[in-house]
Design a protein around this ligand. Sequence first.
Ligand code: C5P
Length: 214
Amino acid sequence: MIVAVDGPTASGKGTIARALAAHFALPHLDTGLLYRAVGRQCAVQGGNPDDPADALAACAFPDSLLADPELRSEATGGLASRVSVHPGVRQALYERQRAFALQEGGAVLDGRDIGTVIAPEAEVKLFVVASVPARAERRFREMQAAGRAVSLAEIAADLEARDRRDRTRAEAPLVAASDAVLLDTSDLPREAAIAAAIEIARTKAAALPENRSA
Ligand code: C5P
């Protein structure tokens, strides 16, 4: 079973994807991390993330970079959203994501275009959303816990800028697949959001031909 979890930054999709992977004992790929690695590598190489050639050159990042805590910063998230507009970058990361999705036994992937581009055949598609204030508040608490000094207003402005860039780019924009189930986590505590996602996935999985009793 392939599970696609898409949605904007800080919507709760990462938490939900990890919980679904644990519940169904499936491997999980946070595809945002790949774009973050490209953004970070581009900066390390002194490149311009808005330049397609510089961004493409950064796709050959070393795998060890994926463990760098700097990938989780807001600054790297901004760089990721800038390099991710280039079709060449998306193409360079496509095979890796596609192979992960198609592995024997299935997988859970979270990102922006999993249900639309990477695995349109996914049996379970969730599109996770939340209001900007709810997402900014969550990100603010995460940053505080990590000891990073940022203001709530800065975070909200950054989220909105990234949403705009992700939704309006020509290549693989952030959009719900027509067969995705929308899950709004604005007013849901973490555990309730996870329970709702598991229920959606369980219902979808039960309806699959191989699981239907004759
Ligand atoms: O999900 P995360 O915030 O880590 O993603 C960082 C950026 O990478 C996003 O803002 C988006 O621009 C890009 N991204 C993407 N496609 C994906 C995952 C992430 O374009 N599948």
